[in-house]
Write a protein that binds this ligand. Structure first.
Ligand code: NAD
Ligand code: WQD
Length: 339
């Protein structure tokens, strides 16, 4: 059976991807240092799929232990590299930590995989590379804008690192997936997002407020140039997002890629405002959500949503889940976490 090494595989997107990989017939080898996830996630994955993924508690900053993982699992055919620190605000406070963790981990992963003769890499990039696009929906060839945070900068630099290494002629080929805003949880409610402390992202903040852990949701700004004044994003269901990784891996392993580095937007193609999301959440759950309009959050982009046409046609991947089902899955997960 073909094994896929999933760094960051006990994290939010990684865990959902491990489930989809296993259900597509791959074996998953998770490498995670558990800096932002919990070992119990492995039990959740096992309950969904009936298969326990291999787990190696290893830090990607430790290249020797990373090499040992490849030696221990000689069937590894490709790598999905999720492991990174991802809190935008924290990255402004601790840039050194972010540059070291996100860039050195990537360098180690590439060095080790190429040394072990494993050329295929799927990388977690982000719509953050576009900043505020001039044209919406945004396509993959839109210009990359100056990063608004060290975190965003690590994604831009990571993409450049991968391109430079591939085009140097090294034995590496890669698919860069630019995620829009991942939300929701597995429909089984066995795995989901487990934010540390106060959530930074909108949907965990909504569900924690709805369940009473937080008094009120602040809507950051209603004076933007959008129909209802609040910011617009492209919210992508995490299971849909996970499935994009499976097709990307299949494309690399079947040598179907048109170029040694390919980039895809992974979004729905539909922009939703913060107020629309809040409204939909209340409708589908029947739970009243206390919220108030607050000042704009520094660094926020006004509006961004994907043109996912390239992923639809080239990868054969399309976002399927509705926003209603996705918000319900996030709510069911919150009820399990605080059950
Ligand atoms: P997450 O924090 O839930 O998962 C990341 C996992 O990586 C965690 O389990 C953490 O313990 C692990 N990790 C971090 N540094 C590590 C290291 N040095 N060695 C080993 N393991 C390490 O985050 P996520 O939301 O699942 O994000 C996954 C990837 O997707 C990240 O690269 C992130 O930047 C990217 N991304 C996330 C979003 C989002 O909104 N969630 C959007 C775009 C891109
Ligand atoms: C969404 C909208 C907020 C919280 C971030 C990263 C980006 C990517 C995805 C990794 C915005 C509003 C939020 C709240 C609110 N991650 N909001 N009240 O900022 O689009 O993107 O996560 O790559 O790089 O920057 O996501 O969920 O924080 O915010 O009104 O309490 O919700 O202003 O308009 P964002 P988010």
């Amino acid at each position: 059976m073909k094994s896929i090494l999933v760094t960051g595989g006990t994290g939010y997107i990684g865990s959902h991807t491990v489930v989809e990989l296993q259900q597509a017939g791959f074996e998953a080898v998770i490498v995670d240092n558990l800096s932002n996830s919990d070992r119990s996630v492995i039990d959740g994955i096992t309950r969904i799929t009936g298969i326990r993924p291999h787990f190696e508690q290893v830090d990607c900053l430790d290249d020797k232990k990373l090499s040992d993982v490849f030696r221990k699992h000689p069937d590894i055919k490709a790598v999905i590299h999720f492991a990174a620190s991802k809190a935008v605000g924290e990255s402004v406070q601790k840039p050194l930590l972010y540059y070291r963790n996100n860039l050195q981990s990537l360098l180690n992963v590439i060095e080790v995989m190429t040394a072990q003769g494993v050329p295929s890499l799927v990388f977690s990039s982000s719509c953050t590379v576009y900043g505020q696009p001039d044209v919406l929906p945004v396509t993959e060839d839109a210009p990359v804008k100056a990063a608004m945070s060290p975190y965003g900068n690590t994604k831009q630099i990571s993409e450049e690192i991968i391109r430079d290494i591939v085009y140097s002629g090294a034995p590496l080929k890669s698919i860069l997936l630019r995620y829009f805003n991942p939300i929701g949880a597995h429909p089984s409610a066995e795995i989901g997002e487990l934010p540390n402390g106060v959530p930074q992202n909108l949907v965990p903040f909504i569900t924690q407020t709805a369940i009473g852990l937080r008094p009120v949701l602040q809507v950051f700004g209603n004076d933007y140039h959008t129909p209802d004044g609040s910011c617009i994003r492209d919210y992508i269901n995490v299971v849909d997002l996970a499935k994009a990784h499976v097709v990307a891996i299949q494309r690399l392993l079947q040598e179907k890629a048109d170029a040694p580095v390919e980039t895809f937007n992974i979004g729905t193609g539909r922009g939703l405002s913060v107020l629309e999301l809040v409204d939909t959440f209340q409708k589908v759950t029947g739970v009243a959500l206390p919220y108030r309009i607050a000042a704009r959050r520094e660094g926020d982009i006004e509006q961004v949503w994907a043109d996912p046409h390239k992923a639809n046609t080239v990868l054969g991947w399309t976002a399927k889940e509705t926003i209603e089902d996705t918000l319900l899955s996030a709510w069911r997960w919150q009820l399990v976490v605080n059950g």
